[in-house]
Design a protein around this ligand. Structure first.
Ligand code: NAG
Ligand code: NAG
Ligand code: NAG
Ligand code: NAG
Ligand code: NAG
Ligand code: NAG
Ligand code: NAG
Ligand code: NAG
Ligand code: NAG
Length: 688
């Protein structure tokens, strides 16, 4: 992977380990380490507010919600032990670089001037290969070579603690050791399985596998953290012992370790590969067209056993790395071409986070993509959370957009939702996709009807699947009727930005409704309902003409749309305009695009353009949507401010989408690790 020379090479001000690391393409608030699903989601705090600012050694990795997921790395060079990950107590190595790509976080370490380590955390993204994508596993590859021309005696160590198996540290863990296909593995799990349950957002069921190559260099051990790490530090090998005193996670902290004796290491790199992942036979409970029931994880459709899945994953490293590099290169090439390194800093940070909120389920013939609304409230397949991510799905594989809409369609086509508008989400608590047969879901009628119609057309245009539209035509018509009723003068209601409060006559929400009606005109046309098409199109056009009078402050200098009709002192990001461009509808005149593009630079703060005049906070996803349809200069302005925020924010959790444009801090304690950062891919789909 090529390094982008224009990169923001940020030197940490924390003189923590005696040397400074470079950060390419940026120093993010948190570095993704193993990020593949709602429960395999471990990060390194890299924010500037304390912690050690993005150094792998000296701080414990954490689950997105912030609790430690113990993961420790040690290296012994010529008989002296050092820490390269975590905080077990030994001297830390010196980190010289961190580079992240869409699938990898790569740390370079200097150990006493004697050896160099390249430590690669890779969470594969294979959007067009759902067999590979279905595996909830991540790689850690540790490469070592001599730096000073001499040979050095080297052993590498890594362990996980039982903290991965439950969010409650008093929970009893159980474990086992075994080998399969020349792979050595520790299997760790909650002794009492609590299917479909969470504690502190961690999953309480399934088995965790931590594996490496079983060969003559490998030793292993389970036992108390200090004992096992101490054994390696003093000896360089482990005892091969298994501690069978199954106990609480926090009771003498059991850890599960591997050591690899690399022997004499020269300038030729030697590597040790580890795999870490979660197997759950059933991942979600779901009420589709049939009764509420568990749904199997998709990997079960390809593998008979957990060990087969583990073996496939571990032995797939070379293919998987090359697929990951292809994906990284594609995102990098497209991002740099459009918005340079600033833009790459956003997309490459967002990719794992976006896909990492999802879980593939079902069978090869009947698949679903479930998505967790991480951090804001844990709903499943929330329509207005899928909506900002839809450009990421279209960019990577439009089929994923279909799969994430599928549960909502099955449930509503089966008549299980009583309201006339589109349902807000598939269930209040991931992983329970209960639907809302009582109709008491969060009420965002205009928002979700518009979103469903727009996303449905976006998918169908890419897949050229007219049958898909025909099968859903009557439900889409029902939702469009709601848009026709409410879009011109939207009732007092919340939009997706519900944290900002409810408001009547919201300009941006009205626009979404109108774009939805025009999208339905195209759907009608494509399905042979030409009379409907003409009618919807004429309604949408008449609305958009009126909307321009109601929503634009023509007297302002420069003119711009208002937050709500007739409120001359207000403004906001008109991000819903994006769908008009992405779908090629041509509903909204170019003059509106130009006007907003000229306006945004006049209201930009240090870290970006505020979402609207009610607060100084903004949304990274909606800034990206607004950037997508702006002039080149305004687009680059958005990217530059977003990249500055990424580098400087004092926040230290996974890429928050809601932040303050003046301080760079959180306005809320929520809104991190959310999939909506997939919205940063929006500009890649439109060429203005
Ligand atoms: C690390 O960076 C700080 C701030 O730029 C600088 O003062 C310090 O000398 C650097 N330390 C090393 C070892 O380069
Ligand atoms: C880290 O760098 C500092 C400053 O150059 C040096 O004193 C120290 O020995 C280094 N530590 C290791 C483990 O390489
Ligand atoms: C580590 O990565 C750097 C930069 O990609 C490379 O120059 C170096 O050879 C790598 N070292 C090892 C041990 O792989
Ligand atoms: C999901 O439903 C099960 C009962 O089927 C319950 O035990 C579990 O706590 C629920 N999960 C969440 C996250 O609410
Ligand atoms: C390391 O452990 C092995 C196996 O227990 C033992 O045979 C050896 O003597 C130990 N070496 C040292 C230096 O402690
Ligand atoms: C919405 O705007 C229209 C036109 O300005 C106005 O007549 C109506 O009262 C507004 N609705 C609400 C609920 O404020
Ligand atoms: C419907 O399709 C016809 C023929 O392709 C086209 O002329 C017309 O503009 C389309 N109408 C809409 C609303 O898309
Ligand atoms: C157009 O659609 C509106 C709203 O559904 C409906 O009331 C009207 O009858 C339709 N007009 C025609 C000509 O189909
Ligand atoms: C107009 O917008 C401002 C700023 O967003 C807001 O404080 C005020 O309440 C709005 N006034 C009305 C009548 O909606």
């Amino acid at each position: 992977m090529q390094l982008y020379k224009l990169g923001l090479l940020v030197s940490s001000l924390v003189a923590y380990v005696g040397a400074n690391s470079t950060f390419t393409p940026a120093r993010p608030p948190a570095v993704p380490l193993a990020v593949k699903s709602p429960y395999l989601s471990t990060w390194l705090d890299a924010g500037s507010d304390g912690g050690d600012g993005g150094y792998l050694a000296g701080e414990w990795p954490t689950f997105w919600e912030n609790q430690v997921t113990g993961w420790c790395g040690l290296i012994r060079v010529d008989g002296v032990a050092y820490t390269w990950m975590g905080l077990p107590g030994t001297t830390t190595v010196n980190q010289t670089a961190l580079e992240y790509t869409s699938t990898k976080s790569i740390f370079t370490m200097n150990v006493a001037g004697a050896v160099e380590m390249n430590i690669t955390f890779m969470s594969p993204i294979t959007p067009n290969d759902l067999k590979r994508q279905s595996l909830v596993f991540s790689y850690l590859n540790v490469e070592v070579n001599s730096l000073d021309g001499k040979e050095h005696d080297v052993q590498v160590y890594a362990d996980i603690s039982a903290e991965w198996v439950s969010g409650d540290r008093s929970t009893i863990a159980q474990w086992d050791y075994g080998t399969t296909d020349d792979i050595a593995y520790h299997k760790v799990y909650r002794q009492t399985q609590l299917a479909f349950s969470e504690v502190n957002q961690q999953g309480e069921w399934g088995c965790w596998y931590w594996a490496t190559d079983s060969n003559g260099k490998m030793t292993r051990q389970s036992g108390q953290d200090t004992v096992v790490r101490g054994q390696f530090s003093s000896n360089g090998t482990l005892t091969n012992g298994v501690d069978t005193n199954y106990r609480a996670i926090q009771d003498d902290w059991p850890v599960f370790a591997f050591a690899s004796n690399l022997g004499s290491v020269s300038s030729t790199p030697v590597s040790t590969l580890f795999s870490l992942g979660l197997t759950q036979d059933e991942a979600v409970q779901y009420e589709g067209s049939s009764a509420y029931a568990p749904v199997q994880s998709l990997w079960k459709a390809y593998f008979d056993t957990e060990l087969e899945a583990l073996s496939f994953f571990h032995k797939d490293y070379s293919t998987s790395s090359s697929l990951a590099s292809d994906f990284d290169s594609q995102v990098a090439k497209d991002s740099v071409a459009l918005g340079g390194n600033d833009y790459l800093a956003l997309t490459s940070l967002a990719a794992r986070q976006a896909i990492g909120a999802t879980q593939l389920c079902g069978t090869e013939d009947n698949m679903y993509l479930f998505l967790k609304e991480i951090s804001s409230d844990g709903n499943l397949n929330t329509v207005d959370v899928m909506f900002p991510v839809y450009p990421f799905f279209i960019y990577t594989n439009p089929e994923l957009l279909k799969l994430v809409m599928e549960p909502l369609y099955e449930n509503q086509l089966a008549g299980k939702y009583p309201n006339a508008w589109a349902m807000h989400d598939m269930g209040s608590n991931y992983p329970n996709a209960t639907g809302h047969s009582d109709g008491n879901d969060e009420k965002m009628p205009l928002e979700e009807c518009g979103n469903m119609v727009i996303m449905t057309l976006a998918y169908a245009m890419k897949s050229k699947d007219t049958d898909y539209l025909t099968q859903r035509y009557s439900l889409l018509t029902q939702w469009t009727e709601y848009l026709i009723e409410d879009a011109l003068y939207p009732a007092n209601q919340i939009s997706t930005d519900d944290f900002a409060g409810s408001l009547a006559n919201q300009t941006n929400l009205a626009l979404k409704g109108m774009i939805g009606i025009q999208a339905m005109a195209v759907i009608a046309n494509q399905t042979g309902n030409t009379a409907d098409a003409a009618n919807y199109s004429s309604i949408a056009h008449s609305y958009i003409t009126k909307w321009q009078d109601l929503a634009i402050n023509k007297d302002a200098s420069p003119p711009h749309t208002t937050l709500n009709y007739g409120n001359a002192s207000s403004h906001g990001l008109l991000y819903n305009l994006y769908a008009d461009a992405q779908l090629g509808l041509g509903l909204v005149p170019d003059s509106v695009y130009q006007m907003q593009s000229d306006f945004y630079p006049t209201v930009v703060n240090k870290y970006g353009v505020p979402l609207d005049t009610r607060h100084t906070e903004t949304k990274a996803d909606w800034e990206s949507w607004s950037a997508a349809i702006a002039s080149t200069d305004t687009r680059n302005m958005f990217f530059e401010h977003l990249a500055t925020w990424i580098n400087e924010t004092p926040t230290n959790k996974a890429f928050t989408d809601l932040y303050d444009t003046v301080t760079g801090n959180y306005p809320s304690t929520l809104f991190f690790a959310r999939p909506v950062v997939g919205g940063t891919f929006a500009p890649l789909l439109v060429t203005q």
